[in-house]
Design a protein around this ligand. Structure first.
Ligand code: GYE
Length: 305
C-alpha cells in the first residue's frame, strides 16, 4: 500500500560508489558473460561491486539482497529470477532508501513499478524475441509445422514473454501446431531430457523452439538420440545467440537464433550515473539484439559473445 505514495529513493552524487549485483545463477555462458560485463565495468570506473550468485534459488536471491542492504550499498542491480518472489526484496531496498535497477529479467508489473518502486528495467524485449523466432519459422518452415516448445524457468519474465511472443505468431498461422510445451528451466541437461520425452510422445514433431541456447543444445542431443538429423528432420530454433549456438547455426544444427545481449555493464553503470544526476530515466531501456541464421552466422560468429 505504501508504494503508491513514496518515490524511488535518490542516489547521491559521488565520485565512486559501492553497488550490489544480485545475479540469479551462473550455470551458462549467458550468465557468465553478463557477470563479466558488470565486473569489468565496475573495475574500469573504480566502483566497488558486491556480487552475489543466488544459484538458481529465488529465496537465496531475496536474502542476498537483504545482505546487500545490511552492508549499506549505494544501489542494487538485480536480475530477478522470477517475476513475483523478488518483489519483497525490491520493497525492502526501497524501504531502506536504496534504489534498485532491474537487469535482464523483469518483475510482475501489478506488484512493483518502474519509477515508483525501482528505477527502471534494462534488458531485451522478450516478447519481440519470441515473435522474431515465430516470424522466421512461418517464413522458412518448408512444411515443417509440428512444434515442440521448451520453456525457460517457470515464473521468469523471459519464459513468460518468449512464450507469448512466439505462441501468438503461431496462433495466427493455423497451419502450424504446438504439440507440447514444457519447461526445461533454461538448463541444457533438463532441456535434453524433456526433448527426449516429448520426441517419443510426438514422433511427428519436426520443429523444436527452445527459449534459450542451453536447452537448444540439449535438444540437438535428444534429436540425434532419436536417430534424426537436426536441421534436416527437425528444425531447432533458439534465443541467446552465444558463440556455441551461433557456431551450431554455421554447422546447420540450429536453424536460427535470436540474440539476447548479455553485455549490460556500460549501460547499467551509465544509467546509475544518469539517475544520480537527476536525469529522467525511461522505465524500460531495451538492448538491441542480433539475429542469426544460415545467411549471416558465419560472418557474424566472431562478434558473438
Ligand atoms: O536467456 C538465459 C538465462 O534472463 C534473459 O536467462 C535471461 C535468460 C537467458 O539464464 O540463458
Amino acid at each position: 500500500a505504501s508504494r503508491a505514495f513514496a518515490a524511488v529513493p535518490p542516489l547521491a552524487k559521488k565520485d565512486t560508489y559501492k553497488v550490489g549485483f544480485a545475479q540469479t545463477e551462473s550455470n551458462n555462458p549467458w550468465r557468465l558473460a553478463q557477470t563479466a560485463s558488470m565486473q569489468d565495468e565496475a573495475k574500469k570506473r573504480g566502483w566497488q561491486l558486491v556480487y552475489t550468485d543466488a544459484a538458481g534459488s529465488a529465496a537465496k536471491q531475496v536474502s542476498d539482497v537483504n545482505s546487500m542492504i545490511a552492508q549499506g550499498v549505494d544501489l542494487i542491480f538485480l536480475a530477478p529470477r522470477e517475476e513475483v518472489p523478488l518483489i519483497p526484496a525490491i520493497m525492502a531496498a526501497k524501504g531502506a532508501g536504496i534504489p534498485v535497477i532491474l537487469l535482464d529479467r523483469n518483475v510482475d508489473q501489478s506488484l512493483a513499478k518502474a519509477g515508483e518502486d525501482y528505477v527502471c528495467f534494462i534488458g531485451s524485449n522478450f516478447i519481440e524475441e519470441g515473435q522474431r523466432v515465430g516470424d522466421w519459422l512461418v517464413a522458412n518452415a518448408n512444411g515443417k509445422t509440428n512444434i515442440i516448445e521448451l520453456e525457460g524457468t517457470t515464473g521468469s519474465s523471459p519464459a513468460n514473454d518468449r512464450k507469448k511472443g512466439f505462441d501468438d505468431v503461431i496462433a495466427a498461422n493455423p497451419d502450424f501446431k504446438i504439440l507440447a510445451s514444457q519447461t526445461g528451466d533454461f538448463n541444457r541437461d533438463l532441456g535434453r531430457q524433456v526433448a527426449e520425452t516429448l520426441l517419443q510422445a510426438h514422433p511427428e514433431a519436426n520443429v523444436i523452439y527452445a527459449h534459450n541456447d542451453e536447452m537448444a543444445i540439449g535438444a540437438i542431443s535428444a534429436v540425434e538420440a532419436a536417430g534424426k538429423v537436426p536441421g534436416t528432420d527437425v528444425l531447432i530454433l533458439s534465443i541467446d545467440g552465444g558463440k556455441e549456438a551461433v557456431g551450431l547455426v554455421v554447422e546447420g544444427k540450429i536453424a536460427a537464433v535470436v540474440e539476447c545481449n548479455p553485455r549490460f555493464g556500460p549501460k547499467a553503470f551509465d544509467t546509475a550515473v544518469a539517475y544520480a544526476n537527476g536525469e529522467t530515466i525511461a522505465p524500460m531501456i531495451i538492448n538491441p539484439d542480433q539475429f542469426y541464421d544460415a545467411t549471416n552466422a558465419k560472418e557474424l560468429l566472431p562478434t558473438a559473445y
